[in-house]
Design a protein around this ligand. Sequence first.
Ligand SMILES: Nc1ncnc2c1ncn2[C@@H]1O[C@H](COP(=O)(O)OP(=O)(O)O)[C@@H](O)[C@H]1O
Ligand SMILES: [Mg+2]
Length: 231
Amino acid sequence: MLDLVGLTGGWGPTTIVERLSLSVGAGETVAIVGRNGVGKTTLLELIAGRAQWQAGQICIGDRDISRFPIHERARAGIGYVPQQREIFPSLTVREHLTIAARPGHWSKDKVLELFPSLSARLDSLGAHLSGGEQQMLAIARALVTNPSILLMDEPSEGLAPVVVEQLVAAVRNLVGGHMLAVLLVEQRVDIALDLASRCIVMDRGRIVSSASSEDHRSGIINVADMMGLGR
Ligand SMILES: Nc1ncnc2c1ncn2[C@@H]1O[C@H](COP(=O)(O)OP(=O)(O)O)[C@@H](O)[C@H]1O
Ligand SMILES: [Mg+2]
C-alpha cells in the first residue's frame, strides 16, 4: 500500500530523514516510536508533502507520489492527522466534515458512529472543542476523505487518561478494518504495541529497529534500550 524506498528529506536544505525504507500493507497498522526530535513528524510531513523531499521514493500502490503537491497526495489516498491537529477555530464540526468528505465507506454518519461524542457537537465551533474532541475531529476529518493510508501523529499527546482510553478504543475499531493501512507515530509504547502489529524505532532520522509488536511485548526487543532511554 505505502512503500518508502530510501526516502531522504527535511526542512529547507537540512536533511532530517535519511535513506529510510519502510512498507505498510493494506489493512496493516505500523507504529513508529522514538525520542523527541528524531524526525517522526518530519517523516509523516514528507509523506504528506509538507516537508522538503530530497531523494527516494514514496509509493502508493505502484505510483510514486514523491513529487506530487499536497492536494494530489490526498487524492492519491493519503489521510493525515497532524500532531497539532489543525482544527479551524471558526468552522463547526459539521463544516470540517463536510468540506473534507469524499465518496467511500467513511461517511459523516460512519465517523460519528466511531466518535459518538462528536454527534452532540456538530454545530460547535472548532475553537470551543476540548483537546480530546479536537483530536477526534482531526481523525474523523481525515477518515471522511476515505484514504487508503492514514498517517497519525501522536494522537494521545496532551490528553487526559480517560480521553486517551476512549480514543484508543475508537482507533482500535478503526485499524485493520476496510483494508485501511495506518502509520501511527506514538510516544506511548504501550499504546503503539496495543494498536500496531509492527513497531518501528526511529533514531536520528533512521530506522534502528523494526519488529513485530509480539516480539516487543515478549521482551525479545527492548524498546526502551532501542530508544536510548537506558543510556
Ligand atoms: N516545520 C519545521 N520546520 C523546520 N524544522 C522543523 C520543523 N518540524 C521539525 N523540525 C526540525 O526537525 C527535527 C526533527 O523534528 P521532528 O520531526 O518534529 O521530530 P519528532 O516528531 O520525532 O519529535 C528537529 O530538529 C526539528 O527542530
Ligand atoms: Mg513529532
